[in-house]
Design a binder for this molecule. Structure first.
Ligand SMILES: [Zn+2]
Length: 167
């Protein structure tokens, strides 16, 4: 082929093109999601539980009466990278933080807790209550609290999570 132009031969096109250099830097700074490429994530989960009583105000049915549940609580943490210890977060630390939050609910009449004075202590609101407090306790970790699920029976649960695409 002889078109008079040789890409390999021209000194101007050898070395690093500034555009390519800036793109690869972007890549190394983990802006991969923003570029529409696949994002790989690690996720860990712990399970815990607490016992509590509640009554659902304004609920047309048996749940308006005082009754109790043994709630099973699942806490999900995720991260695109592992710490130097090869973990998303030490399970022990996560368990301790979760227990500290659940202590405020365990063996309590949930309607009497100030947070639930106006807000119904449904499993949905309980999941959000736990999520918000756990998020505060886990501030500063490199991983992210992604979801809390509260099971009020073996077959019924509610979850609270926050969209973290733009975090
Ligand atoms: Zn109930």
């Amino acid at each position: 082929m002889d078109n008079g132009v040789s890409l390999n031969g021209s000194p101007d096109t050898q070395g690093t093109c500034p555009l390519v250099a800036s793109l690869s830097m972007h890549y190394n700074n983990h802006c991969i999601g923003a570029m529409g490429m696949e994002m790989a994530m690690y996720e860990i989960k712990i399970e815990s539980s607490f016992s509590g009583a509640h009554r659902l105000r304004g609920y047309d049915g048996q749940c308006e009466n005082l009754h109790g549940h043994n709630w099973k609580v699942e806490v999900f943490i995720s991260s695109s990278e592992l710490g130097e210890d090869g973990m998303v977060l030490d399970f022990r630390k996560l368990r301790e933080a979760t227990q500290a939050v659940l202590e405020a609910l365990d063996h309590r009449y949930l309607n009497e807790i100030p947070y639930f004075a106006e807000i119904n202590p449904s499993s949905e609101n309980i999941a959000k209550y736990i999520f918000d407090r756990l998020k505060d306790r886990l501030e500063g970790i490199h991983a992210r609290l992604t979801k809390v699920t509260a099971w009020e029976s073996a077959s019924a649960c509610a979850s609270y999570y926050e969209d973290y695409d733009n975090a």
